[in-house]
Design a protein around this ligand. Sequence first.
Ligand SMILES: [Zn+2]
Length: 463
Amino acid sequence: MISKESASKILAEGLKTGADFAEIYIEDVNQLSLGLDDSRLERAVQGNDRGAGIRLFFGNLVTYAYTDVLTEDSMLEAAKSAASAGTSSGKNQVIDLTEKKSSLDFDIKKSFDNLSIDDKAAILNQIDEVGRAHSPLVAQVFGRYMERSRKVWIYNSEGLYVHDNRDFVEMMMGVIAQKDGVLQRSFMGFGGQVGLELLDNNDPIEKIKEAADSAIRMLDAKPAPVGEMTVVLPNGWGGVLFHEACGHQMEADFITNGASAYANKVGETVASPIITAIDDGTIAGRRGSIRFDDDGTSSQRTVLIENGVLKEYMWDKVEARRVGRDTSTGNGRRQSYRHMPMPRMTNTFIDAGEHDPDEIIENTKHGVYVKSMAGGQADITRGDFVFNATEAYLIEDGKLTTPLRGATMTGNGPEVLKEIDMVGTDLALDPGMGMCGKGQSARVSVGQPTVRLPRVMVGGTGE
Ligand SMILES: [Zn+2]
C-alpha cells in the first residue's frame, strides 16, 4: 500500500517524542449490499472506505490518530498528532521492516466478479418468488446479499510488516407468516470468509423454504411454559449464548480491570468437567478467522477452558503489555482504521462431548428443546443473559411434542456453565452470520454441540 521507506519514515516520526512503540494500520474496504424487502429490491449500495491509523505507546499510555487520506504527508501529520502527547525530544530512528507471511490458506476460490450485480439481485428476486409461492400463509419475504473485501497492512517499530486480505460473502433470507392474526417471523442465512463458492455449497432456495416451514410450524405453537426447567440448546448457533454470556468475560480487558467472573481464576474449575471451550482464529472459511490480528500478531487456537478448568484468556497487545506478557493470543481486533484494537473473540465454541444428541432428548423427562435462537441480550461483563427462541418444542418423556412460541431463557452465563450436564458429539459452528458488538462491531463465529442445561428460567414473553 505504501513503500517500506515511507512506512519507516512515518514510524520514526511517531517515535520522536519518546514513544516506545509505533504502528501504522492501513485499511481498504470495498462492500456491496443488496436488500429485498416486501418484494422490493432496494438499490445496490456500493462503498469504499480506506484510511490509516497511527498508534503510539508511551508505556501504558496509548495515543491514536487517523486519516482517510493515504498519502505519506497525511500519515506523517497523523503520526505528529499522536506523538504530541510525548515530551522528550527524541532521536531519529531507522526502522528496518521485514514482511511476515502467514502459513494459513484462506484463499477464495471464486472472486466476487464471477457474478454481476444483476445476477446477485436475480437470486434475491428468486428467493422472493419461491418464498411467496411456498404457502398462502407467507405474508412477507425479505432477504439480503452482502459481499465485503477488507485489505489491511500493518507496520510497526519492532520491524514487523504484515498484510491480510479478508473477503466475506453472506446471504440472509426470511419470511413473515400470518394466520388468524398471529404473525411469525423466521429467517435463515449463511456466510463465511469465502468467495462466491459459498453459493455452490449453500442453496438460497432451499433455505427460504426452510425458513417458511419454520415460521408456519410456529403459527400453531402454544405459549411457552413459565418457570425453571431443563433446556436443551441446539448445536451451531446455540453457541451464541456461550459467546455472549461467558466468552466476553474471558477477553483480557475485562480481566485486567477486574470486572470479569473469570479474573484471577486461571487453573481453577469454572465449568462443568465436561466443558472444553476454544477460541480459534485459524479455521479456513470462518467469519472470525484472521491470518493476523489487527495488532499484526499471528492468529492462533487458544484453549480457554479444558475439562472445566480455566486455562487462558484472550489477549491483545495493549492488555498483554499491561501485565508484562511477552505475547498476545492474537485477539486484537478493530472495526476499522478509525478504531484502536481491543481483545475480541474470533471463532469461539464449546468442543464436542460424548453424548449422542438424540440420547440427550431421550434422557430428558420434561423440558424445552430450542431448535433455533434469535439473538438475545447479555450484560457481557457480568454474563446475565436473556435469549429468545424462534423455534422451540416441549420435551415430554424424552420426546419432542408441542411447538412453543415466545420462549425466553434467562440466567447467568458463568453459573449455567457450571451446571451443563450433557454435551453432544455433534459440534458445529454457526452458518456464518455472526456479528459481535462490543462498542465496535466484529465478524465472529460461534459454535457448540447440542448441550443440556438442567435449570434455566424460561419465560413466555419472547414476543
Ligand atoms: Zn459478542
